[in-house]
Design a protein around this ligand. Structure first.
Ligand code: PBG
Length: 330
């Protein structure tokens, strides 16, 4: 036999051969598409730091849901931009708020579309934190873990009552999954699943999202480092995942995705539930801005990044690219 004896290139000779031996597949049904909903009618505002992402009124969110369904996307996650914010985040459980209205309208228009909701206080509080603020014994302002659980449970329940299929707590309070599960079950919503943002890091990649949701901390602690995870930690991610599963999470998440693909692989290998990855706003913005500047081929980079997230172990990917990627896959 002629040297070299092993020729890996034989299996790369044609597109059909490459498809035959491809290890990782991407499908539109792997994606969960985040939508930002606000009060009003006929409104569609592009988020300046996220070209192609819009804050819309409920009627427009319904139109987006129809478009997404038509290209094979089967799940959405809703974020609310309320009419008003207060220290409690009380619009978070308003049955007439944009998220509750959007759930009802989307389930009505596209019943097979899975509707998930982000459960967190930072979009609804005037201070921009993910829970209730208090002063610690040492005098420092912080988010009060236990007092926040009740608010989160109330918000999750409001989403369940409106018809959400999945609630996704993103606050990182200890005990929130159990608090939410207990509240849902007590009202008969034992069929609503919990997708826990389990390994959620205190990341600079959330910057554009905070523009979109107007949720940058304004009072209290200056950042979210007392509740979101330190980017340097790996074992702690497995601990957070274990705790959320013990409390009753149906699915767990690693967030952000790209800088944490190692964590994603470890979590995938450690658990037997579906694992989600959140391809966050900053990851999206980098692709869009670099493509606009003519520095990269945006479509190819997008597909390569989404493939890498799947390959690292994500069963589902929350991504702002969902619809454009689904169209390319068709
Ligand atoms: C709410 C929440 C955030 C994101 C999802 N849910 C922001 C944050 O924690 O500051 C970020 C999503 C993104 O950047 O795309 N807590």
């Amino acid at each position: 036999m002629a040297f070299p004896e092993e020729r890996a290139r034989r299996l790369r000779r044609s597109a059909s051969m490459r498809e035959l031996v491809r290890e990782t597949q991407l499908q539109p049904s792997d994606f969960m598409w985040p939508l930002f909903v606000m009060p009003g009618q006929d409104l569609r505002e592009e988020v300046p730091s996220m070209p192609g992402v819009y804050r819309t009124s409920v009627d427009q969110a319904v139109a987006d849901a129809r478009e997404a369904f038509a290209v094979g996307v089967r799940s959405l996650i809703l974020f609310g931009i309320p009419a008003s914010k207060d220290s409690q985040g009380s619009s978070g459980w308003n049955a007439e708020g944009p998220v509750a209205r959007a759930i009802r309208a989307i389930k009505d228009a596209v019943p097979e579309m899975l509707v998930a909701t982000d459960v967190c206080m930072c979009e609804y509080t005037d201070h921009g934190h993910c829970g209730h603020i208090h002063t610690r014994r040492d005098g420092a302002p912080d988010v009060d873990n236990d007092a926040s659980l009740e608010l989160l449970a109330r918000e999750a329940l409001a989403h369940a009552r409106a018809g959400a299929d999945i609630v996704a707590p993103s606050d990182m309070m200890d005990g929130r999954v159990r608090a939410i599960r207990t509240a849902l079950d007590a009202e008969g919503y034992s069929d609503v699943s919990i997708l826990a943002y389990s390994a959620k890091y205190a990341s600079a990649f959330y910057g554009p999202f905070r523009d979109a949701a107007d949720s940058t901390p304004r009072e209290g602690p200056s950042d979210r480092r007392t509740y979101q995870m330190d980017p340097a930690n790996r074992r702690e991610a497995l601990r957070e995942v274990r705790l959320d599963l013990e409390e009753g999470a149906d699915m767990v998440m690693v967030k952000p995705a790209l800088p944490y693909l190692d964590i994603l692989r470890e979590v995938r290998d450690a658990v037997d539930v579906p694992v989600a990855a959140y391809n966050v706003s900053g990851e999206y913005a980098m692709v869009k801005m670099a493509a606009k500047a003519g520095v990269i081929d945006g479509d190819r980079v997008m597909m390569e990044l989404l493939t890498s997230i799947r390959r690292a172990g994500a069963d589902l990917i929350l991504t702002y690219h969902a619809v454009e990627a689904a169209k390319l896959l068709a």
